[in-house]
Design a protein around this ligand. Structure first.
Ligand code: KG4
Ligand code: ZN
Length: 345
């Protein structure tokens, strides 16, 4: 399967610029991940309490080339056999920075390049860990823009089982953090505040948890948080208690839908990826259920749950080895269903 270019296909440079993290990595098909780096833009966006698309694109321009130089140096050789870059979904301006730098490098170096679906990158990130999940599996993809339950038969054969009907779960974490006056990005800030919360004080609703479909809804929970917050003083204790109750409800919704999907589709393996997959409480609760119910659970390490170049390098290696070749022309694809991807080979 991986015999391309008339020979062995080894090293791929991966570039991620879909949102507010600039990521680069080099993946080697024989030696695994050789190097990876991430440049955070937290300082740029923090004063605004969220990502400012134009500033994100400018930061990618500033940060990307030094990062590429660093990962190439650290990989032990300034050569690659191909380049992979996130082409969508994401912020158009941000995507175009990664795409144009990648296409230019590929042209200059005379190597192929492939545009990668950001969520396929997240989906395949657990493949960078050991043990790797075998196909087929159920995937819970939870990020700032997506909450998806996907039946994964093999690479490129994805069946959507459930999705959010309103906010993504990461978005709900971010908006709740803002309501509580916590710092950006919201997910880690909520998780940190929740550690000091009193589990007995509030119980927030779990919208659609009893609904037979595998779809999610988080906007009602967010509204409930807003109403609660507006009726109280924002002191440390209240913030911690609300953070705990919100996190508890959000995780409960995810866990309930995962259990239902595992049962309905007779999956024995659950893969969780995307930024919210870094949440320790979610990892703990699913871990306990995996033991009790006898399914296998796979997560990328927390730093590969959130956006990174390593997952794009890996997905790129798979796609390039599967003979995906994109022409010199390109356009960003801000909206792009995962199920539109072709199988490989
Ligand atoms: O995958 P990701 O880095 O970017 C997107 O593709 O959107 O996910 C970012 C999302 C943000 O909403 C962030 O608040 C959330 O993941 N997140 C977390 C945690 N770390 C990041 N949510 C809950 N707990 C965390 N520890
Ligand atoms: Zn992401």
């Amino acid at each position: 399967m991986f015999d391309v270019l008339g020979g062995r296909f080894l090293r791929v440079l991966g570039i991620e610029t879909s949102c507010d993290d600039t990521g680069a990595a080099v993946y080697d098909s024989e030696r695994g991940l050789l190097s990876h780096r991430l440049a955070s833009q937290i300082e740029t966006h923090e004063p605004y309490g969220g990502v400012v698309p134009e500033l994100a694109a400018r930061d990618h321009i500033r940060l990307l080339m030094p990062l590429v130089g660093a990962v190439l140096d650290e990989s032990g050789g300034r050569y690659v056999d191909g380049i992979a870059y996130t082409i969508g979904p994401g912020l158009a301006g941000a995507l175009l920075v990664g795409a144009s730098v990648s296409r230019a490098l590929a042209y200059a170096w005379g190597v192929p390049a492939a545009g990668i679906h950001h969520m396929e990158g997240h989906l395949l990130a657990p493949m960078l860990e050991k043990p790797r999940p075998e196909f087929p599996f159920l995937a819970l993809l939870v990020s700032g823009g997506h909450s998806l339950l996907v039946d994964v038969q093999e690479i490129g054969r994805y069946r959507l089982l459930g999705a959010t009907r309103d906010d993504a779960v990461g978005e709900a974490f971010d908006k709740t953090a803002k309501l509580l006056g916590l710092s950006y990005p919201g997910g880690p800030a909520i998780a940190e505040a929740a550690r000091r919360g009193d589990p007995q004080r509030f119980r927030f609703p779990r919208p659609m948890a009893d609904h037979p479909s595998l779809d999610f809804s988080f906007s009602g929970l967010k509204t409930y948080v807003r109403n609660t917050v507006e009726s109280m003083e924002l002191n440390d204790r209240n913030i911690a208690d609300v953070a705990w109750a919100f996190q508890d409800a959000a995780i409960d919704i995810l866990v309930i839908k995962c259990m239902r999907a595992l049962e309905l589709n007779h999956h024995e393996r659950l893969v969780v990826a995307g930024g919210v997959g870094a949440n320790l409480e979610l990892r703990k609760r699913l871990g306990m259920l995996a033991k009790a119910r006898g399914f296998r659970l796979y997560f990328p390490r927390p730093e590969f749950c959130t956006d990174n170049g390593a997952m794009i390098a890996y997905a790129g290696w798979i796609r390039l080895a599967g003979k995906q070749r994109d022409g010199l022309g390109f356009s960003a694809t801000p909206r792009w269903p995962l199920t539109d991807l072709p199988p490989i080979g």
